[in-house]
Design a binder for this molecule. Sequence first.
Ligand code: MRU
Length: 362
Amino acid sequence: MNIDGIPTRTLRARPERRAIDIIDQTRLPHALHWVRVATLDEAAHAIRAMQVRGAPLIGATAAYGLAIALNDDASDARLQDAAAQLGATRPTAVNLHWALARMTAFLKPLPAGERGAAAWAEAAAIAEEDVAQNASIGQHGLGLFRQLARRQGTTLNIMTHCNAGWLATVDWGTALSPVYAAYGAGLPVHVWASETRPRNQGLLTAWELAQHGVPHTVIADNAAGILIREGRVDAVIVGADRIAANGDVANKVGTYLKALACADNGIPFYVAAPRSTLDFACPDGAAIPIEERDGDEFRLVHGLDARGIPSALHQVSPREAVANPAFDVTPARLVTAIITERGACPASHEGLFALYPEEANA
Ligand code: MRU
C-alpha cells in the first residue's frame, strides 16, 4: 500500500540477502523510521519490542530472522536454536510458530551448504503468499460489504479494532483489505478506528487509512458500544492472532467487548485472517496462550509534547499494580463469519474444515 503515494511494503529484503529493512512501528504515527535488521538478536528484538507487529507480519519477519541467523552458520544446532529464540518472542500469534515450523521443516532435510540460499527463498515465498492471500481476503470481504451496502444504501460504516491493516501484514492487511477493496471499487465507506489502549494500534489504522484517503474517525475504545447501539455501525471487522479449530478467535484485547455489543444489536461481526492464523491443532479458545505484557505499556502514554517532540508521560504511578493482557478470546458463537483467502465460512469446526478439507487428514 502507499506511503505518500509510493507503493510500499512493511518489510524489504536487502538485495545482498543478509538483512531486511522494517518500519519501526513503535514510532508511528508520529515518525516514519526504517530499521535495518541484520542479526538474529535484532530480529527477535524487533518482534518482542513490537517494532514489527500484527500476526502475519510477525510470521514473515520470523521467517527472515531465521534466514538471517543462517547467514554464517547453517548447522542443525543453529537452526534449532534460532527457531527457539524467535519462537519465544511472542506467544499468541500463531503465524510466528507456523512460519518457523514451515521454515524448519523445509530446511532441515537440506545439506547445511544449501540452507542459506534456500532459507531466503522460503522466507520470500512466505512474504509473497501473505500479500496474495490478503489481497484475496479483500475480494471476499468486498462481496460481503456489497451485500451490506445494498441493504442500507448510504455510506457503509465499518468499525475495526487494533490495526489489522497493511502495517500488520506484508501488504494489504486482513481486516482492512476489504475496506481498501471497497474504497477502490467506489463503494462509499467510512471506518471507525478504535484507539486500542494501551498501545494505541488504532492510531496506526488511522495513519494508514489517511495515506490512502479512506474516510475514518478515531474513537476511544469505550465509545464502541454507543455507536453500535445507535445504529452508526453496519459491521465490525477485525483480524486475528490465532483461530482455534472450533472457530474461537484470539485477537487484540477489547475485541470480545465489540463482539458482545454486535451480538446484542444484530450487527455482523467479521474476522478476517489468512491460513497462517488458523491453528487446526488448537481445539478451542481456552487452549490459546494469552500474552501478558509489561505493565509500563499501560502506565506510560506516548505522544508528542507541546513542541512536537516524542515523549512519554506517566499516566499511572509506577507504584500502581496493573494488569496488561494483550489479547482476548471471542467465542465462535459471536462471530458472524471468518473471511480467509479461500472465502467466508461459519466460525465453526465444520465451517473451517469445509474450507480446508486437507487439514482433516493432516
Ligand atoms: O499486539 P499486536 O499489535 O501484534 O496485535 C495485533 C492484533 O491483534 C491484530 O489484530 C492481529 O494480529 C491481526 S493482524 C492482521
